[in-house]
Design a protein around this ligand. Structure first.
Ligand SMILES: Nc1ncnc2c1ncn2[C@@H]1O[C@H](COP(=O)(O)OP(=O)(O)OP(=O)(O)O)[C@@H](O)[C@H]1O
Length: 803
C-alpha cells in the first residue's frame, strides 16, 4: 500500500508539472524509509497471525484451566468477587507486563454468544493490537495467567463496586467465566450472574446441620465457634489513657523548658536597664541580645514540639477508642433510643480538648510557683502580692465552676436530645416531606436546640464574667507590683529593672490560672465527655467473655416470659412458655397488639425479658457469646431496613469475609435468587439507605435471604409476607420448605393463615399470654371448634372468644 501511494504521488507530481527536482527528492526520501515500513508491516502481520492462533478453542480451554488454582483457594469476598467480575480482563490486556492470553482469546466465542459483547471484545482486541507488542501475545506458561487473574483482584479491592462501572468492557469478559465454570471442580455457578463463585471448604457440622459459617472458624475446629477478635474495651481505654499520660509526661518536660526560657525576656529587660544603660557597654548589649534571640528561638521550637505531640496524642486517642466506642454504643443502644451513639461526639470533644489552649494553660499552671519564687527573690513584698492574687484567682475558679457546671450540663443534655431529633429526621425524611411535616420536625428540633443555646448563653455569661474578674485581678496585680516596686526602688531596696522584671514574671505566674478559668467550660465538658466514654466502655456487656459453645442445633426453650417495658406498668408478655425441637417450625398468630413482635424480638435477644428465660440449646440467651449467637440465628424484622451497599453485601450481613457461595446459598435458601437475577445488576445492585431502587416486597425478600445467611440454626421471621405479592408468597413458602429440609428451627410471626400450611406447630397469643399452643392441626381444630376457623381468611384470631 505504501509503495503504491509513493508511485501515485510521483505520477501526480509529473502530471501537475511539479519540478523534476522536487519529485526526485520526494521519491528518494520515501525510498529511504521503505525498509522501516516493510519491517512495520511484517510485525503487524505477525501480530495478526498470533491473534488468530489465540482465538482457537484450545486456547480458551487452556486459559480456563489455569483459573481454578487461583479462584479455588480461600479468598476474601472482595477478591473472589474480583475474579468473578468481568471488567478487569481487558484491563489486564492493556497491561504491558501481563499476558494477553485470557483477555484476548474469549473475544470470538463471546461474539457468538452475545452479539453486543462482540463489539466490546473487538474494541478490546483493537486495543490489544495497538498496545501489545507481538512477542507478548504468545501463549505464556501456567504461572503467567496467574498474574492476569491476580491483577484484577487488586483492582477490585474496593468493597462495593456496582457492576455498571465495568460495563463498557464487561460483556467480552463475561463469557470467559462461563467457559471456566464448566471445567472447574469446586466452583458453584449462579445462573444469570456473571461468573463462577468460588466454593469455600465448609466446616463439618457437629450435628448434621446445614453447615456453613460457624463464626469464621476453620473446618478442623469442627463446630466450635471462633471469635474474630477478643473484645476488651476496658483494655482499650487503659491503653488510650496510658498513651495520653505518657505523652503528657513528655509534653511536661518541654513545658518546663519553655517556661524557664520565658524568664529570658524579663532577665533581658532587667539587664538592659540595670547593666547596659548604666555601663553604656555596647558589647554587653550585643551579647545579651544574641542570648535572648537564641532563647526565644529555642522557646518557640519547644512550644511547637509540645503542640505537635499533643496533636498526635489527640489523634491516637481518637484512633484507639473510635472502634471500641462505636461497638459499645451499638450494643448499648439496644435498650435505649440510640443516644449512646453520641458518645462518638464525646470522643471528639476529648480530642479537641487535647489540642486546646486550655490544656496548655493547665500544663503551664504547675510552673507558676517557679515564677512566684523568682518574684520573691526580687522582693518578698512583690512575691506576696502575686500569692495573694493567685489565691483570689483560685477562689474565682471555684466559683466559676459552681456557677457554670449546671447550665453547661443542661445545655449538653438538650443538645443530645436535639441531635437525636436530627437523626430521626434524617431517617424519616421521606415521610416528613410527603406529609409536609417539615415545620413540626424543625419545631421539635428547634425547641431542644433553643434550650441548649439558652443554657449555654447563661453558662457562658457567667464564665465570661469570672474570666473578666480574673483578668482584671491579674492586671491590677501587675499595676500594684509596678507601683509598689517603684516605691521600693525609691526606697533603694530594688532597682528600676527589677521592678519591670517582677511585673512581667508576676503576670506570667498568674496567666495559666487565668487561662484555666477561661477554658473551664471546655475542661468541664471534656471531663464529662471522657466520663461518658469511660462508662460506656467499662460497662459494655461485650467486655465479658463467654464460653465457646458448639454450633447450636436449634432447640428452643421459652420459660415463663414476663415483659413489662421499662418505665411502664403495662404487661406486654405474661407467662409465655413453650418449646421447640431442632428443625421444628412454629407460627405465632394473634391479633394486632397481642405481643407477637415483642416475643419475636425476645427470641433473638434484641430485648431482654423482665423475668423468665429464652434458651437456645439449653443456654440462656444472656449467656451466649453475642457474636456467636448472632452468627447462628436469623431474624427478619417487621420493619425491614437494608444497609446502603450492594445486595450481596446486605445478604452477607456486610461481612467482608463472606464468600459468594455463602451468599448464593442464602439466596437459594430464601428462594430469592431468581428475583435478584432479574435485577439489571443482579447481586451487585446498589441499595440506597432508603432501600431504593428496591420495592418494599423486594426489600423484604432480600432481608429474608439475609436472615438465612450463614446457615443459621434458628430463624425468626416477623410478618415475612406483609409486603409480598402472590409470587413472593409462593417463594416464601418454598423458603420455609427449604428451611425444613435443612433442619432449621423457624418461628414465623404472621397474621395470614396461608403461611400456616408450612409449620409444625401454632401458638396463639392473646394479650401477651399463650392461649393455644400445639401441633398445627390440633390448634386449627381447637380454633374451628370455637367458631374461629383460620382458613376463613379474616386474619382475626378473636380475642373475645378466647378470653
Ligand atoms: N417498649 C414498650 N413500651 C410500651 N409498650 C410497649 C412496648 N413494646 C411493646 N409495647 C406494647 O405491647 C403491645 C404488643 O406490641 P407488639 O408490637 O408486640 O404487638 P404485635 O402483636 O406484634 O402487633 P402487630 O401484629 O400489630 O405487629 C402493644 O400494645 C405495644 O404498645
Amino acid at each position: 500500500m505504501s509503495e503504491k501511494s509513493i508511485d501515485a504521488s510521483n505520477m501526480r507530481g509529473a502530471q501537475n508539472g511539479v519540478s523534476k527536482a522536487s519529485g526526485q527528492s520526494l521519491t528518494d526520501a520515501l525510498k529511504a524509509i521503505e525498509p522501516e515500513i516493510e519491517q512495520e508491516l511484517a510485525s503487524l502481520d505477525s501480530a495478526l497471525s498470533e491473534l488468530q492462533d489465540a482465538a482457537t478453542v484450545d486456547r480458551i480451554s487452556m486459559a480456563a484451566k489455569r483459573i481454578p488454582p487461583m479462584v479455588a483457594r480461600p479468598q476474601s469476598a472482595a477478591q473472589t468477587q474480583a475474579v468473578r467480575q468481568p471488567a478487569p480482563a481487558p484491563v489486564v490486556s492493556l497491561n504491558p507486563k501481563a499476558s494477553p492470553t485470557v483477555s484476548a482469546t474469549p473475544a470470538k466465542p463471546a461474539a457468538a454468544a452475545r452479539p453486543a459483547s462482540a463489539q466490546m471484545a473487538a474494541v478490546a482486541d483493537k486495543q490489544q493490537v495497538r498496545t501489545e507488542p507481538p512477542p507478548q501475545a504468545q501463549p505464556t506458561p501456567a504461572a503467567k495467567p496467574a498474574f492476569t487473574i491476580v491483577e484484577p483482584v487488586k483492582a477490585e479491592a474496593a468493597p462495593v463496586r456496582p457492576v455498571h462501572e465495568a460495563e463498557p468492557v464487561g460483556p467480552a469478559a463475561r463469557t470467559e467465566p462461563v467457559e471456566t465454570k464448566r471445567q472447574v471442580k469446586g466452583l458453584v455457578t449462579i445462573d444469570g450472574d456473571n461468573g463462577p463463585i468460588p466454593a469455600r471448604p465448609k466446616p463439618v457440622p457437629a450435628n448434621g446441620g446445614g453447615g456453613g459459617s460457624d463464626g469464621g472458624g476453620p473446618a478442623t475446629k469442627a463446630a466450635f465457634h471462633q471469635r474474630l477478635t477478643p473484645v476488651e474495651f476496658t483494655a482499650s481505654l487503659k491503653t488510650a489513657v496510658k498513651t495520653i499520660r505518657h505523652n503528657l509526661a513528655i509534653v511536661m518536660l518541654f513545658t518546663i523548658a519553655c517556661n524557664v526560657l520565658v524568664l529570658a525576656i524579663p532577665i533581658y529587660l532587667f539587664q538592659i536597664s540595670d547593666r547596659v544603660l548604666t555601663s553604656r557597654s555596647l558589647d554587653t548589649l550585643i551579647m545579651l541580645t544574641i542570648v535572648i534571640v537564641g532563647a526565644i528561638f529555642l522557646q518557640a521550637a519547644f512550644d511547637a514540639v509540645r503542640r505537635m505531640i499533643l496533636m498526635r496524642t489527640a489523634v491516637e486517642f481518637a484512633a484507639q477508642l473510635g472502634a471500641p466506642v462505636l461497638s459499645a454504643a451499638a450494643r448499648a443502644s439496644l435498650h435505649s433510643n440510640g443516644k449512646e451513639y453520641q458518645t462518638l461526639g464525646d470522643l471528639q470533644q476529648v480530642r479537641s480538648f487535647l489540642v486546646s489552649r486550655t490544656l496548655l494553660s493547665f500544663l503551664d499552671a504547675p510552673m507558676a510557683p517557679l515564677f512566684v519564687v523568682a518574684v520573691f527573690l526580687i522582693h518578698p513584698h512583690l512575691g506576696w502580692l502575686v500569692v495573694l492574687t493567685g489565691v483570689i484567682l483560685l477562689v474565682v475558679t471555684l466559683l466559676n465552676q459552681r456557677a457554670t457546671a449546671k447550665p453547661f450540663g443542661e445545655a449538653n443534655t438538650a443538645q443530645v436530645k436535639a441531635n437525636l431529633h436530627l437523626d430521626s429526621m434524617s431517617r424519616n425524611s421521606q415521610i416528613i416531606n410527603a406529609l409536609a411535616m417539615i415545620p413540626e420536625a424543625v419545631g421539635i428540633w428547634g425547641k431542644d436546640t433553643a434550650n441548649s443555646l439558652t443554657q449555654q448563653v447563661l453558662a457562658q455569661d457567667r464564665n465570661v464574667l469570672f474570666a473578666s474578674i480574673s483578668k482584671a485581678a491579674r492586671l491590677l496585680t501587675q499595676v500594684a507590683m509596678l507601683g509598689w516596686g517603684a516605691y521600693l526602688a525609691i526606697e533603694g531596696e530594688i532597682t528600676g529593672g527589677m521592678v519591670i522584671a517582677s511585673s512581667i514574671i508576676g503576670g506570667r505566674a498568674l496567666a495559666p490560672i487565668e487561662g484555666a478559668i477561661e477554658g473551664w467550660n471546655q475542661f468541664s465538658q471534656s471531663r464529662a465527655a471522657y466520663n461518658r466514654v469511660a462508662n460506656l466502655l467499662t460497662s459494655s456487656p461485650l467486655n465479658f467473655e463467654r464460653l465457646k459453645l458448639p454450633k447450636p442445633e436449634g432447640r428452643l426453650d421459652v420459660e415463663r416470659l414476663l415483659y413489662v417495658p421499662q418505665g411502664t406498668k403495662r404487661v406486654v408478655l405474661n407467662g409465655v412458655t413453650f418449646a421447640l425441637k431442632p428443625g421444628e417450625s412454629l407460627a405465632i398468630i394473634g391479633n394486632s397488639g397481642a405481643g407477637k413482635t415483642t416475643l419475636g424480638k425476645m427470641l433473638v435477644g434484641s430485648i431482654l425479658p423482665t423475668s423468665g428465660n429464652v434458651r437456645l440449646d439449653l443456654m440462656d440467651l444472656r449467656n451466649w457469646d453475642h457474636r456467636q449467637f448472632g452468627e447462628n440465628i436469623g431474624y427478619l424484622p417487621q420493619d425491614v431496613q437494608l444497609f446502603p451497599g450492594t445486595i450481596k453485601a446486605n445478604i452477607a450481613r456486610m461481612r467482608p469475609d463472606a464468600t459468594d457461595a455463602e451468599i448464593y446459598e442464602a439466596a437459594k435458601l430464601a428462594d430469592v435468587h431468581e428475583m435478584i437475577a432479574n435485577l439489571p445488576h443482579g447481586y451487585e445492585t446498589v441499595v440506597a439507605s432508603d432501600g431504593s431502587p428496591l420495592s418494599g416486597g423486594q426489600k423484604q425478600r432480600i432481608a429474608l435471604a439475609r436472615a438465612f445467611f450463614g446457615s443459621p440454626r434458628f430463624v425468626v421471621l416477623d410478618e415475612p409476607n406483609s409486603n409480598l405479592d402472590s409470587a413472593g408468597d409462593m417463594a416464601l413458602m418454598r423458603a420455609l420448605g427449604h428451611a425444613k429440609k435443612n433442619n432449621i428451627t423457624v418461628v414465623t410471626i404472621t397474621q395470614r393463615p396461608s403461611l400456616l400450611q408450612q409449620v409444625d406447630k401454632v401458638l396463639l397469643l392473646v394479650n401477651g399470654t399463650v392461649a393455644l399452643f400445639g401441633a398445627r392441626n390440633e390448634v386449627m381444630q381447637a380454633l374451628a371448634n370455637r367458631g374461629m376457623p383460620l382458613d376463613a381468611g379474616t386474619g382475626s384470631f378473636g380475642h373475645q372468644q378466647i378470653e
